[in-house]
Design a protein around this ligand. Structure first.
Ligand SMILES: [Zn+2]
Length: 302
């Protein structure tokens, strides 16, 4: 058996750690978590991570030789500091260097969408349905919209560390201003909150996206309009990615990824917008659920 894989998913509220046998991920050696308590600042987050690693060592009786980390943003490949993190305490910080000093082992960082894509590639739905895929595009569609590219079983980071970040491409003026400083970003048009807001504007009623999708095609015209808009804009937004990257498979994670219509009407919209007369790329639902983030972090060092 190969060496156990150590992975940590650094989230806004929780930090989760796992030690896996690469051959048998269904039975982690250790899986544990601690509160991030990010409101106490950057130094405290580093201390919480060190505390979690200590717990993992004690519970397993093992020592890591390196650790993979899933992070909210990315490490800028040139500046070696974090950027694009919604946990803003991390932005501008040399997280890789600080973790290596604190933990005394090499660390590999990747953003959470990359970890999701890697986990589903290596152990999830891609392995099951498209085992020979060379290029995988993993999407996170939830509160935000992100993405990651796996190329030949490894995360493809890109020159700026932003490969796959389609969520801040321009999509439609109706999205309005985005926190990133631009207007009409994909995330502003088809994220969960954006879609919920659209329904609310139509009806005055505030309901979850899940509820909206339940009302789709059963007589609620506003729900029909909301889901049709979501699918059409999804197809338009993803067509840009497909035209450039032409991945072998697409996997949609995050809360919005649970909307069934994306896999039918959304794919039909993609067909309408791509530079091809049919869609052959499979668009799949993930199977690892909440485990994908932390498993993907472990996969970074395997
Ligand atoms: Zn934006």
């Amino acid at each position: 058996m190969s060496q156990p894989l150590w992975g940590i998913d650094l989230g806004g509220t929780k930090i989760e750690g796992v030690i896996l046998h690469a051959e048998e991920i269904s039975k982690p050696i250790v899986r544990t978590r601690i509160d991030t308590e990010g409101f106490n600042g950057y130094a405290h987050i580093i201390n919480q991570i060190a505390k979690l690693v200590q717990m993992m060592k004690e519970q397993s009786g093992l020592q890591p030789s390196k650790i993979g980390f899933g992070t909210p943003g990315v490490l800028d490949p040139i500046l070696q500091t974090m950027k694009n993190c919604n946990s803003t305490a991390l932005n501008g910080r040399p997280l890789k260097k600080d973790l290596e000093e604190k933990l005394g082992v090499p660390v590999v960082l990747a953003n959470d969408a990359n970890c999701f894509a890697l986990a589903e590639t290596r152990w999830g739905v891609v392995k099951e349905k498209c085992p020979h895929a060379q290029v995988v595009f993993g999407i996170i569609m939830g509160t935000g919209v992100g993405g990651g590219i796996v190329f030949n079983d490894h995360v493809w980071n890109g020159k700026h560390g932003i490969a796959g970040e389609w969520g801040h491409n321009f999509l439609d003026e109706s999205g309005g201003p985005c926190y990133c400083g631009k207007t009409g970003c994909v995330e502003r048009v088809i994220s969960g909150p954006a879609t919920e807001l659209y329904y609310q504007k139509l009806t005055g009623e505030k309901i979850s996206l899940k509820e909206t999708s339940k009302r789709y095609k059963v007589g609620d015209a506003a729900a029909d309009q909301t889901i049709e808009r979501l699918c059409d804009f999804f197809g338009k937004a993803i067509s840009v990615v497909v035209d450039i990257l032409d991945p072998d498979v697409i996997v949609i994670g995050g809360g919005v990824g649970n909307i069934d219509a994306l896999y039918t009407d959304g794919v039909e919209a993609l067909r309408k917008y791509i530079f091809n007369n049919r869609v052959d790329v499979p668009v799949l639902k993930p199977i690892l659920g909440d485990s994908a983030g932390v498993f993907g972090a472990a996969a970074l060092v395997g």
